[in-house]
Write a protein that binds this ligand. Sequence first.
Ligand code: C2E
Ligand code: MG
Ligand code: MG
Ligand code: MG
Length: 280
Amino acid sequence: YAKKMGKPNYKIYTKTLNDEIMEKVRLASSLRKALENNEFQLYYQPQYITRTREICGFEALLRWNSPEYGFVMPGRFISLAEENGFIIPLGDWVLKQACLFKMRLKNEVINCLNISVNISIVQLMQEDFVEKVLCIVNETGLDPEFLEIELTESVLIQSIDENLIKLKRLRENGVKISLDDFGKGFSSLSYLKNLPVNTLKIDKEFVDDIGLGTDITDSIVHIGQKMGLKVIAEGVETDVQYQHLINTNCDMVQGYYLGRPVPEDDAIKMIVQQLGYIPK
Ligand code: C2E
Ligand code: MG
Ligand code: MG
Ligand code: MG
């Protein structure tokens, strides 16, 4: 770009870089205040049994109602929060809120719904991560069998031994583990074989391929089920995709076609509608 201008224009370049850094600093400081000011909110996206279309769980997805930035999606702040460590207190908050939401459901309906929470590798790397999770679960009174943590495949390549011990301890305590965005990273099937996971979450990228002739979701479902895992497809947007996933025997589905992420009260309404009664 600078070359096209005839001579290198370092000023413009420097200014842009500075702006970028300043923007990051500003965002980081707003993030810190946001937790104190209660600006974060969890949305919940339903997960369905493919065949029956019954809701079997919800995934908690973080949103930020910022007075400065508006309604901010996690794609804009999670990686920054990971970089500066803010993901630790933020992640604790998410976990606690999600457990409380599940407890609220328990009080209103008789249903075995799972609550899935996204956990960053930075959170998992904390020495006391397992204790923290169990403590929050205990504090909220949740049965750990209903909590599922979603991790991406990065757990397969970073400090695998330590992470493995932690995941095993969570499993021993009943917490379920789901491998998010499956197929997108460096999935090694031999690592997967040794990971104490319950669920494979097929990345949206593969769901998008359904009907295009390059679809491998049926193979992923097959491999997952051979390994004794449940398989869920994420990002299901069309009836064609949904029907295909019924035909390939994919256990569960999640996506805009079936249900978008919604605020807590709307998520409860979804469940109430499914059960056909109104809680007192
Ligand atoms: P993810 O865990 O893979 O979540 C799926 C993302 O796809 C969510 O985006 C969801 O809203 C979106 N989605 C669901 N169904 C569809 C669909 O049919 N079509 C399309 N186009 N998108 C769909 P979202 O909420 O923006 O979250 C993005 C990512 O941010 C998540 O990806 C997750 O990695 C991360 N994230 C969200 N909440 C948290 C959190 O509380 N903690 C951590 N550590 N990460 C989070
Ligand atoms: Mg997820
Ligand atoms: Mg995902
Ligand atoms: Mg994703």
